[in-house]
Design a protein. Structure first.
Length: 466
């Protein structure tokens, strides 16, 4: 009905006249006729079909072009056509690589106009039809890198099946980029297959991603990576199994503690702590004298998790280890366990908050056991209320300074990294830099760093020395 009304308005004679002008000797007249026929659209198709069978090559060529252009033009959403005026032209030209360029151009446009022109942002679904064409037009590694970036920036979840195909690319960097892209758009596709990838970095990334997805059915596939030739992959497999709570693989994870490569041992120690696999305590103790300082440091914290204060005799034997990384881990762990020998070392350095473990061991231990496992959002005031409720203690938050009041109502997001976020660390994010935390039996106080240091010095001076 609309086509008939438009045809009546335009006039059949006018359409024929415009078709004839497609062969005009005047370039300006030809272009003008072409644009008018585009606007007329479907009502012009019958006359264009006749012209496409004519004898004038100029008219035939342009008529065939319009016969391709007009049907496509009617299918492209008006909003998308406004944002990308050359979209239909690309359909008509049917140059596969032009679609790759187009998707990258869409990314650049979205990034450029994100703040100044929010109305120009692409909506979900706007670009879904372009995605398969864009991937089909990829020519080289640079195209693959760019198109993965576009998928991430434009949040094109519909591109996941196309990105998965890049997981078979012969270039390891491309496979890794594809894996990161799938992670960024929240797609679980392809990861299990990549556990068998020849590149150890891709194997490790796959283990990590499957652990983050919390899919217990992936455990057997991840466990197979424990036999990988790569220490990096073996270590990540151990960590991923622990994150998924695969206690049935505790013994095999424990075997990695004796791996010839320190990277694998480091991740395995972390995994044993995650599982609280007490059966591996003897092997963790042996790692307190590991040649790699990072392994020794990790073993210190893990042994404390497995044995609690029973670990103190073994840990005290490390007081002669002068490697800063190991000393830092040792002092922090001794403080968490309430060991008084940590106090002089902490008073002379940083980490005064750790002294709460010596002064108020029960309250500190309970606080340190609390984790933020899921992201939380809100203003600073709202987050403070949530953290106080989770702690079960009264928290004496400091008043915001005049400068801080300007962003006090801003929305913040607290979220875990690879490991859950400690509640005590989250509290520190919500106060100014340079404030100390004093934990009492039923409340928490914050005070300026200088005051906190004097508090701790006075406390220690008053403490009876054994």
């Amino acid at each position: 009905m609309i086509a008939l009304v438009l045809l009546a308005f335009v006039g059949q004679d006018n359409v024929r006249e415009l078709v004839e002008k497609l062969g005009s000797e005047s370039l300006e007249e030809r272009e003008e006729a072409l644009e008018k026929l585009k606007k007329i659209g479907k009502p012009a198709l019958p006359d264009l079909e006749k012209a496409a069978k004519g004898q004038d090559p100029e008219v035939v060529e342009r008529a065939k072009y319009l016969l391709r252009f007009i049907p496509i033009q009617g299918k492209v959403p008006a909003r998308l056509l406004r944002l990308m005026p050359d979209l239909v032209e690309r359909f008509v030209l049917d140059d596969p690589h032009s679609w790759t360029d187009l998707l990258v151009a869409a990314m650049n446009r979205a990034m450029t106009h994100r703040i100044d022109h929010p109305e120009d942002l692409f909506r979900p679904g706007d670009l879904d039809g372009i995605v398969p064409l864009a991937f089909r037009g990829i020519r080289d590694k640079q195209d693959k890198d760019w198109i993965c970036s576009a998928v991430v920036h434009l949040k094109l979840k519909s591109a996941a099946p196309e990105v998965v195909k890049l997981l078979d690319d012969p270039i390891p960097e491309v496979r890794g980029c594809a894996l990161e892209t799938l992670k960024a758009i929240g797609s679980p596709l392809g990861y299990r297959r990549l556990l068998r990838d020849p590149d150890p970095n891709v194997q490790a990334q796959s283990c990590e991603r499957l652990a983050e997805l919390r899919d217990p059915s992936a455990v057997p596939d991840i466990a197979a990576v424990l036999a990988s030739d790569s220490a990096f992959a073996r270590g990540h497999a151990a960590w991923a199994l622990a994150r998924l709570g695969a206690v049935e693989y505790a013994k095999r994870i424990g075997d990695v503690l004796e791996d010839k490569d320190s990277t694998a041992r480091f991740y395995a120690v972390h995994a044993v702590a995650e599982l609280a696999a007490r059966g591996e305590t003897p092997r963790v103790r042996a790692l307190l004298r590991d040649p790699d300082p990072s392994v020794r440091a990790e073993a210190i914290g893990t042994l404390a998790i497995l044995e609690g204060r029973d670990a103190l005799p073994a840990l005290r034997e490390l007081m002669d280890d002068r490697v800063p990384l190991v000393q830092g881990a040792l002092v922090a762990t001794l403080a968490h366990l309430g060991a008084r020998e940590a106090v002089p070392l902490l008073l002379d350095g940083e980490g005064l908050d750790l002294l709460n473990g010596v002064r108020r061991p029960e309250a500190w231990s309970r606080l340190r056991s609390l984790r933020i496992k899921e992201p939380v959002e809100g203003t600073i005031a709202e987050l403070r209320v949530r953290l106080q409720k989770q702690s079960g203690m009264k928290i004496e938050w400091p008043d915001p300074s005049p400068d801080e009041k300007r962003w006090f109502t801003s929305t913040l997001r607290l979220e875990r990294g690879r490991d859950p976020l400690l509640l005590t660390d989250a509290m520190q994010y919500l106060v100014s830099d340079g404030l100390g935390m004093i934990v009492e039996a039923d409340r928490i106080r914050f005070m300026p760093a200088a005051d906190a240091k004097k508090f701790w010095q006075d406390w220690w001076a008053a403490e009876p020395k054994k």
